[in-house]
Design a protein around this ligand. Sequence first.
Ligand code: ADP
Ligand code: MG
Length: 494
Amino acid sequence: MTLVDTRTPDPKKFIKGATGDWEIVIGMEVHAQVTSNAKLFSGASTAFGKDPNANVSLVDAAMPGMLPVINEECVRQAIRTGLGLKAQINLKSVFDRKNYFYPDLPQGYQISQFKQPIVGEGEILLDMPGGEQVTVGVERLHLEQDAGKSLHDQHPTMSFVDLNRSGVALMEIVSKPDIRSADEAKAYLTKLRIILRYLGTCDGNMDQGSMRADVNVSVRAPGGAFGTRCEIKNVNSIRFVGQAIEYEARRQIGILEDGGTIDQETRLFDPVKGETRSMRSKEEAHDYRYFPDPDLLPLEFEQAYVDGLAHDLPELPDDKKARFINDYGLSAYDADILVAERASADFFEEVAKGRDAKLSANWVINEFFGRLNKEGHDLSESPLTAAQLGGLVDLVKDGTISGKIAKELFEILWTEGGDPAEIVEARGMRQVTDLGAIEAEVDKIIAANPEKAAQAVEKPGLLGWFVGQVMKATGGKANPKAVNDLLRAKIGIE
Ligand code: ADP
Ligand code: MG
């Protein structure tokens, strides 16, 4: 890869060392498991959590004479992902053998793509907190096989091999070295994961290994020449990526400030200690002896096929966010929260349809998502439907219920279910907008507290106490504005 610096150094991101400021440079290689029922070159299942070696065909076990046959669905998913990353789609690409020995790699090589990947340059847009927009270049995306897994903890003297993952399709998505902080790296992974999930091309489950990141980190004098990088392999959570970068940058700065040099090497992150440690140096690096796999023809398809896939792509998070801001008048902050998952965005739109969008967004984000979070529920496990929440929003909007009563109604809908309007009628939760009734309560409270009322003329802050009393007396059902207006008039507050 030819390294090009696309970023202007930003002092806010510099790390202070003993000798001056340092800038971190990061590039990521993300392995994303393709969502597909079968493996890349065999018909074996990709289902997670099966007994060891339950999902293994003769091809995956590399039995002599077995031939790989490309799974079209994996190709389709890779192209769709490329389109989602606004990337160049290569109508011709080549599968190569990447040769190395490992007990869980029965072929003795991994089928990957080296010089001619299926997807070329693209980009990912990051919206950082504080409003900064960062564009991270994507260098390429290629298809490759996953390896199996060695199990060292099953027997005191033996290791076992599980080939369930062997041959599962991965997309390796390689970024340019455009990332300049741990926060940007986390935002990059988060955004990539969102895009993949929108497209349905990878489930993004990092705890099941469906998405892992190799994080390349170097440091340099701000704006200077790129430094020597270390690659931290297989980091499997977004939080760990951040921790690994912070640690690794500090480690490199320490060495350089002591007059040392950085050895290009592969390192591992230890989440318990919060440290990276050396795995192998450049000298020990493999020479993979790549060559085109003679069992496979070059992969070729027509532009019309790509155009068809482009046409059927779902609306992606950046477009959805822009639409939510423009069409619904939402803040960027609220829009970000709503578009983080396709299902959340759909839920919001169902609630907001034909209703006050901002009010709907408030209820969806604060009460509804807040409650789902608190209970550790996924949206799919919600006891509340968009129609029910929409009904509640209607009742708030037309003044049938007060905000306070709406929270009680939400609780009832959440725990018991039912139709919002019917519940309000059946349980007498309507807001009292009958001014006569409110006035009677106001008069009663003032009459019972003449001294306080006199004080309130001087100290209008006391008004809140009176409002509270009236609300209490009406079971929270009085229209708060009417209560306020009446109290001010009767007590004589300007
Ligand atoms: P290789 O194929 O040898 O692993 P590449 O040049 O393809 O190396 O780069 C791999 C990853 O390392 C890319 O994500 C790239 O952005 C990143 N990278 C390259 N040089 C640097 C550097 N000096 N600092 C940080 N990341 C880098
Ligand atoms: Mg690499």
